[in-house]
Write a protein of this length. Structure first.
Ligand code: ADP
Length: 329
């Protein structure tokens, strides 16, 4: 291998920069030239790139966002777009393409193999932690911390006024953020894909719980953490439905994009550094069409197609434990 390309695609996640740095430096250590395409797959199609060297990745290990910029790219979903991207890579004699992104970006990379004969590797970078085949994705730990810090503040004001809050966290179609944030904030109730059946049952469940906890602890604050894209109409609708259904006054709060930003916590910097370098190790071993996953303390290759096809659910036992902690006899 003489020359590789790197890009960040889809939802940005804290730690992507640390992955860019480690991939670049580890490649340079092995005498491999590195090109960084900008704005996700758009850069591949439009041939927008920079040469990545030591100065360009200096002092970025702890910086949020991505120096290569990220984006979505509809054109890459077309044959013409993919052909153009493959042509640009071939014109520069690029032996391998590394994509740091989420499952959508990986789905695109799997399809791209029809047009591109070089090696391909995915590095999982998403705050959602929704990629199968890896315990953690880059950015998840930081997003959990960001949400927890914000909710700790909400809890203070909720306590002061003895109020009920419903806080909506990100996660796309998965409940990893909701569960982990809920556990860390000692949420009275967590709504996630694994325990949600329908709005009516959810309202009933919350109303019973609010009543029960009030009886046990007296009037107090009550925190509900909900995954996004779950309750129809989101946190605002849930709050107004609770008022209609059980005369429960509840304040909705959508944390939103702060969860995607900020400096990566040490855990994400370490994970990104490990995965980035491991991607180069896999390329040197001649491997392709894989994602770098982490299991325990070791990185391992997973077939890219598998990581895209399978859904990863949250740990049901942890969800049950959290529920038990709110239900004392
Ligand atoms: P993420 O990688 O964070 O899951 P998206 O789902 O938005 O983000 O995907 C990022 C980009 O990956 C898309 O804008 C598109 O360029 C590419 N992509 C996603 N799915 C496909 C697909 N089925 N075929 C080709 N490209 C895809």
């Amino acid at each position: 291998i003489k020359k590789i390309a790197l890009l960040t695609s889809g939802g940005d996640a804290p730690g992507m920069n640390a992955a860019i740095r480690s991939t670049t430096l580890y490649a340079l250590h092995h005498g491999i030239e590195v090109i960084g395409f900008r704005h996700g797959y758009n850069g591949l199609i439009n041939n927008e790139f920079i040469r990545l060297d030591e100065p360009s990745v200096r002092e970025i290990v702890g910086r949020g966002g991505t120096i290569l910029k990220s984006a979505r790219c509809e054109e890459f979903k077309t044959c013409e777009g993919m052909k153009q991207a493959a042509k640009n890579l071939s014109a520069q004699n690029i032996d391998a393409l590394i994509v740091i992104g989420g499952d959508g970006s990986f789905a695109g990379l799997v399809k791209f193999k029809q047009f591109y004969s070089g090696q391909t590797i995915g590095i999982p970078g998403t705050i959602d932690n929704d990629i199968d085949g890896t315990d953690h994705t880059i950015g998840f730990a930081t997003a959990v911390d960001t949400a927890v810090n914000a909710i700790d503040k909400i809890r203070d004001t909720a306590d002061a006024f003895e109020r009920i809050f419903v806080v909506e966290v990100m996660g796309r179609k998965s409940g990893f953020l909701a569960l982990n944030v809920g556990v860390a904030c000692a949420a009275e109730h967590i709504i996630t894909f694994e325990n949600f059946s329908n709005p009516g049952i959810e309202l009933q469940h919350i109303a019973t719980k609010v009543e029960r906890i009030k009886k046990h602890r007296g009037k107090c604050s009550h925190l509900i953490v909900s995954a996004e894209n779950l309750y129809p109409g989101g946190a605002n609708k849930l709050a107004s439905d609770l008022a209609d259904y059980a005369a429960i006054e509840c304040i909705p709060c959508i944390l939103g994009y702060i969860q995607r930003g900020g400096d990566p916590v040490a855990k994400d910097r370490i994970l990104a550094t490990h995965m980035g370098a491991h991607a180069i190790q896999e390329l040197l071993a001649g491997n392709s069409d894989i994602m770098i996953g982490i299991e325990g303390q070791f990185c391992k290759p997973i077939a890219l197609s598998e990581s895209v096809e399978h859904h990863k659910g949250v740990n049901q036992n942890l969800l049950d434990i959290q529920e038990s902690l709110q239900d004392l006899r």
